[in-house]
Design a binder for this molecule. Structure first.
Ligand code: ZN
Length: 221
């Protein structure tokens, strides 16, 4: 199984002309494959340098992203409109470490259950929103973010098409044990078009993908 997956990965990297030499830079801070989770945390002072507001409909004022990701989001939202007549709203993009800390603490207060809170909200430093490469997407401005979004026309379209614009659905229901986060059909993460296409094909969490790339690269050296 693992050997088959590795063979498929190698074939896909070749098909998409992804050079193994560039992977280290892509997985480093500022790279679009940077893995952030509870094991790989960002320092409090990390702030991306190229944050901009994508020119899209939005349902909050906190929807900045890094510039390439913002441009890709504009394409994604435009395609949803043109191809399927769907309107998407950018709700939550870049968040500072301090903002994430506030959200996390509020969630703990509201749920009064640390375990549940941690499933739903990242603790500061463990959120890829701090990377400026993630966006929470809504189908209606005042809709709550919950699993039901995955069943809406917009959520289904997003799951099927986000990869074409360089985004992945980062937290699928079946990956909770690996990602440590609950199903979030509304949360897309920018990784660039090549990697998004490969991830769509492999259908594995970013954690596994980055680990496989590191192993593949290690064997080459
Ligand atoms: Zn999110």
């Amino acid at each position: 199984m693992i050997a088959q997956l590795t063979a498929l990965l190698m074939a896909l990297l070749t098909a998409f002309s992804v050079s193994l030499d560039t992977l280290a830079a892509q997985m480093a801070p500022e790279g679009y494959l940077m893995l952030v989770n509870r094991d790989y945390r960002l320092p409090a002072e990390y702030v991306p340098e190229d944050l901009v507001y994508p020119q899209v409909k939005h349902s909050s004022s906190a929807y900045q992203m890094r510039s390439d990701a913002a441009a890709a989001l504009e394409e994604l939202f435009a395609a949803a409109k043109e191809e399927a007549g769907l309107t998407l709203y950018a709700h939550s993009g870049y968040r500072s470490y301090a903002t994430q800390r506030d959200i996390y603490q509020r969630k703990i207060r509201n749920t009064k259950n640390l375990e549940k809170a941690r499933l739903l909200v990242a603790d500061p430093g463990a959120s890829e929103h701090q990377l400026g490469l993630a966006m929470d997407v809504k189908n209606k401005p005042n809709m709550a973010l919950n699993a039901a979004f995955g069943k809406t026309k917009e959520g289904l379209w997003l799951a099927e098409n986000a990869w074409r614009f360089g985004f992945i659905i980062r937290y699928k229901a079946e990956w909770t044990d690996i990602t440590t986060y609950a199903y979030e059909p509304w949360h897309v993460r920018y990784v660039g078009k090549e990697h998004a296409a490969i991830l769509q094909e492999l259908d594995i969490p970013l954690e596994y993908y980055v680990e496989m790339l590191r192993d593949t690269k290690g064997e080459q050296e």
